[in-house]
Write a protein that binds this ligand. Structure first.
Ligand code: SF4
Ligand code: SF4
Length: 269
């Protein structure tokens, strides 16, 4: 794992200072199985992803980090606190990084799931009330390409609180009320919250939207892995009967019926 690549200087040290070559050599010799890296900066992380060196990325993801303005170094917010009135919508650079990882087949392991505990603290939360551990975990796990999320625990009770996610219901995990508090610009953009379920024909709408967002990055070159994931869905966009019940439930005005049609056109023709 190449840790903490957060600046151009870090990037140059790794990729032009011999470390990347050394890691590749270790892998070729069978001394290590895989190469990963960690970062807290979406622009630098995307640059590393584009090199094709890494197979896994550790990245700090939580709702407040994703809502911070693009010019903010998110680790500063852990000492300075969050300015809720700066929150406008999910940072497009961070959202693009997650879809880029999905496009390139790079798994994301999430750090700072609870924002160093600040998101679940009444004193430090930027929202009207603390998020629950389940809501934080669910937010992280519902980002594209995320396969695991790390939650720091100091006591057995805290471990049990995190494990309760495995049995939590949709209402306990729902993080959308926090998005609803903001002066934001989510209109029309899917945040993969699954608030729109159930669908009478069992389409996993958030997942179809996730694959569609990746395909939209470059419609002529949709990664085969993404097409194959889409085709393995039990019920895909073409199954939509345009009943509209999902659109009534979506808090963010996503044109779901239109999206299902577009997904069917892109993936099923
Ligand atoms: S369509 Fe709306 S409700 Fe459904 S997952 Fe996307 S944002 Fe959430
Ligand atoms: S409009 Fe389509 S996607 Fe939405 S609930 Fe109805 S069938 Fe499912």
């Amino acid at each position: 794992m190449l840790f903490f690549i957060d600046s151009e200087e870090d990037f140059n040290k790794v990729f032009h200072g011999g470390l990347a070559d050394y890691a590749q050599k270790l892998k070729q010799n069978g001394d290590i199985g895989h190469i990963g890296f960690s970062s807290h900066k979406p622009d630098i992380a995307a640059k590393v992803v584009q090199t094709g060196l890494a197979e896994v990325m550790m990245f700090s993801i939580n709702l407040a980090f994703d809502l911070c303005p693009p010019d903010k170094y998110i680790l500063d917010t852990l000492t300075d606190g969050w300015q809720k009135d700066e929150f406008r919508g999910l940072d497009p650079q961070r959202a693009a990084l997650y879809t880029l990882c999905e496009q390139k087949g790079i798994g994301i392991s999430v750090m700072k799931t609870l924002g160093a505990g600040k998101l679940i603290s009444a004193e430090h939360t930027p929202f009207s009330k603390p998020m629950s551990v389940n809501q934080c975990i669910h937010y992280a796990l519902s980002r594209p390409s995320v396969f695991s999320t790390l939650v720091g625990s100091q006591t057995a009770d805290e471990v049990n609180e995190s494990l309760s996610y495995l049995e939590a219901g949709d209402t306990d995990k729902d993080y959308t009320p926090f998005l609803g508090e903001l002066n934001n610009d989510f209109a029309g953009n899917c945040v993969y919250c699954s608030h729109c379920q159930p669908c009478p024909v069992d389409i996993d709408i958030a997942t179809v939207n996730k694959y569609l967002d990746i395909a939209r990055l470059d419609k002529k070159n949709i990664p085969p892995s993404v097409s194959s994931h889409y085709r393995s869905l039990k019920h895909s966009g073409s199954a939509c009967i345009a009943c509209g019940s999902c659109e009534n439930r979506c808090p963010f005005g996503v044109p779901i019926i239109k999206n299902m049609t577009e997904a069917a056109e892109l993936f099923e023709k």
